[in-house]
Design a protein. Structure first.
Length: 297
């Protein structure tokens, strides 16, 4: 009896060659299905990753936060003073100008050290030497015929000048110095003595708090306390809960002169000595302005 072929000539043989043929093709289909599944998985993973990138840094919705502000201030009496001065000298020779400035500076430094100013608190902030020029023009002259003597020339009655030129006039030397005064009781005497001993420019007198960071911290603490209290009250009014602080910003943090203190007393050194300058010290006010953003729930 003949065996009918169904795509396999050996379908009826004892070794099952036809079954092996179908197994081979079945495995190929399994690999194809697995490959498609893997590709779909990778595409899904990539899509999820891209979606996550869109929300990086956006874990806190702006609708779930509140922002509160607080301000604080702290006062402190100055404990140091700074003043700047300059010595300026002009001369035809630069060496002469420099020598005069050096001599004046030595005299001023001796005065400062004898007044209790420390060497480390006397600092040169600039030393400049400039040539000084003058623009010179000569009047026009015109020959005068028929006139002898006087060079045969006369100055014209109307304004007329020849082209001028730059002529070196001399040199100017300026030394700029900053002084820190730790004994404020002597500030008036020192400021006046600088002028008396040859300083040509006085500027930038400031009364400062040397350890200003500690005073700034007090102002910041007061500002944060106000902001926190405001946030707690606002959360209670809104019926929400404060979860965490998501941002903090601070402004201010600079000193403001506040004339709440007394003035330094003037003291006579001798009967004939000039009265030192009276310099009000007052107090310095340090301010801090903070903004705190809370996540709420």
């Amino acid at each position: 009896m003949e065996v009918e072929e169904h795509g396999c000539g050996n379908c009826g043989d004892e070794k099952g060659k036809c079954g092996g043929h179908w197994q081979k093709h079945g495995r190929s289909w399994v690999f194809i299905v697995l490959a498609l599944a893997g590709a779909l998985y990778l595409l899904t993973l990539a899509a999820n990753t891209l979606a996550e990138y869109q929300y990086i840094g956006r874990d806190i919705d702006s609708q779930t936060t509140i922002a509160v502000a607080g301000d604080g201030e702290a006062y402190a009496a100055p404990d140091i003073a700074t003043v700047s001065f300059a010595i300026t000298q002009e001369s035809k020779l630069s060496t002469d100008a420099r020598k005069t400035v050096d001599d004046k500076m030595k005299k001023i430094k001796d005065f400062l050290t004898s007044s209790g100013v420390l060497e480390k608190d006397i600092k040169t902030t600039g030393y400049d030497l400039y040539p000084k020029y003058e623009y010179v023009r000569t009047p026009c002259v015109e020959p005068l015929s028929g006139v002898s003597g006087a060079g045969g020339a006369v100055t014209l009655s109307y304004p007329c000048y020849n082209d001028g030129k730059q002529v070196l006039k001399g040199y100017e030397v300026t030394q700029s110095v900053e002084v820190k005064i730790r004994n404020l009781d002597d500030a008036g005497k020192i400021v006046g003595g600088l002028s008396d001993n040859g300083a040509t420019n006085l500027s930038g007198l400031s009364f400062l708090v040397e350890n200003a960071d500690a005073v700034k911290a007090q102002a910041r603490e007061a500002a944060i306390g106000k902001a926190k209290a405001k946030a707690e009250q606002l959360a209670a009014d809104l019926g929400v809960k404060l979860v965490r602080i998501v941002s903090f910003n601070e402004g201010g943090d600079y000193p403001i002169f506040y004339g709440r203190g007394g003035a330094m007393e003037s003291k006579l050194m001798t009967a004939d000595a000039p009265v030192p300058a009276e310099l009000p010290i007052g107090e310095n006010k340090y301010t801090s302005n903070v903004t705190i953003v809370y996540e709420i729930r």
